[in-house]
Design a protein around this ligand. Structure first.
Ligand SMILES: [Zn+2]
Length: 235
């Protein structure tokens, strides 16, 4: 029974199914990524233009290139994309990049991994107004129980990471509002292991160490449902 790390920037470890994120366009470079070519890819990938990287002067992102990269069978998600309202200086480009990537995901029919900072209602209303049925995964979620309800009502999955590892955050206080069939876990850029993230959930939720196996099983089922798979890849 594997641990699944739905969002990490690190190389895969054996025995863990992880989806490694590539920040397409980081530092303003929108050129092709050789690493994603079929013959070189060895793990599951998510790729997208992160809201922090949505800044360009003359050379706008080559969306056609991103579309091509997304078609690779080892790419599971488009993302991170979304909105970060703490970072206001590039907000119009963030919005443009988000909208463009929603359109791409519709065409390519892959789910989106969302980076959301203080922008939940804007992100959810984008999903509603475009009538998007497909699931989105909200990464490193931090919200109260109303926000959790709203996210689930809009068909989103909730991935728990850094904000659950900290004490007294909104999501720690409202943890029990998240339905187990909407749950994922992640390490992102942090130094703790994915096992520690699962264990933290076991402690906080009261299911304890003996609930771990069932939790792994649940997350595995969530993964299969999300990607319409019968068995797990790369494992
Ligand atoms: Zn990340």
């Amino acid at each position: 029974m594997p641990f699944i790390d739905i969002h990490t920037h690190k190389a895969p470890r054996s025995g863990i199914l992880s989806i490694r994120n590539i920040r397409w366009g980081k530092k303003g470079h929108f050129e092709g990524l050789k690493a994603i070519q079929n013959d070189m890819i060895v793990d599951a990938i998510s790729i997208g233009l992160h809201p922090w990287d949505a800044q360009w002067d003359q050379q706008a992102p080559n969306w056609h290139e991103l579309a091509t990269l997304l078609e690779n069978e080892n790419v599971y998600f488009l993302g991170e994309t979304g909105l970060d309202y703490i970072k206001k200086e590039n907000l119009s480009q963030q919005e443009l990049a988000f909208h463009k990537q929603i359109e791409l995901s519709q065409k390519i029919k892959k789910p989106i991994l969302i980076h959301c900072v203080r922008a939940l209602s804007e992100i959810l209303s984008e999903k509603t107004s475009r009538k998007i049925e497909g699931p989105w995964v909200l990464h490193d979620f931090n919200g109260n129980s109303q926000e959790i309800q709203a996210a689930m009502k809009h068909g989103c999955y909730i991935s728990l990471g850094k904000n659950m590892m900290r004490d007294n955050t909104k999501v720690v206080k409202a943890l029990m509002a998240i339905k187990r069939d909407r749950l994922f876990f992640e390490t992102d850029e942090n130094d703790y292991s994915i096992e520690e993230v699962y264990q933290r959930y076991c402690e906080l939720s009261g299911i304890g160490e003996k609930g771990l196996l069932e939790l792994c099983e649940q997350v595995e089922n969530n993964f299969k449902t999300l990607f319409a798979l019968k068995s797990l890849p790369f494992y």
